[in-house]
Write a protein that binds this ligand. Sequence first.
Ligand SMILES: [Zn+2]
Ligand SMILES: [Zn+2]
Length: 212
Amino acid sequence: MLVDLHIHTNVSSRCSSVTPQQLVERSRELGLDAVCVTEHSTGVGAQVNYEYALEQGFKVFRGMEVYTELGDMLAFGWLDRVKYYLFPFTELRKEVEERDGIIIPAHPCRGISDARHRYRHTLDEELAQAIVAIETHNGAVTRKSNDQAERLRKKYGLFGTGGSDAHHVSHIGRSLTVFEESIGDERELIEALRGGRYRAIYGDELFGGTDL
Ligand SMILES: [Zn+2]
Ligand SMILES: [Zn+2]
């Protein structure tokens, strides 16, 4: 099952131009089985896209991307309006774990200009305890950053996910997660992410060097 795990839309992310309609149309065109909408610090956009996609017979899973002092975190299982823009990781962990959700660090080795991503060779101890997977294939950072994330993944024995981090319709599918099993709902998605029966890939491995 082919899933883009990290997408922003214009419903809640001002930095994105992707409309719910474009999201469904483009994902279908690419042959994706589902996508995750992960807006910054709110679950509202994910909910709107989820409902729209449901009407269209396409599968959208709801998540969030939360800005913490340990970097951006993809969170599944907890949907809310995050109270503060920079949300303490400990609080995020509490909210997500109370709901039996999962946290996956997004683009953990993004550019050196981002001071929060200082753990390029090691993971913060609390973070390492809280996760089973990191995003090793992010469609919006350099291959070098992703390769570094892949090295971190191996070092800590984690699973790796892929998501485009799309902010424009043409970016959807740049990076993907291929699950071995079919996933029906968000509870199953969380279980699957914990189980590790998936791998991250770049879209061009599937779609060739097309105009992605
Ligand atoms: Zn991010
Ligand atoms: Zn993002």
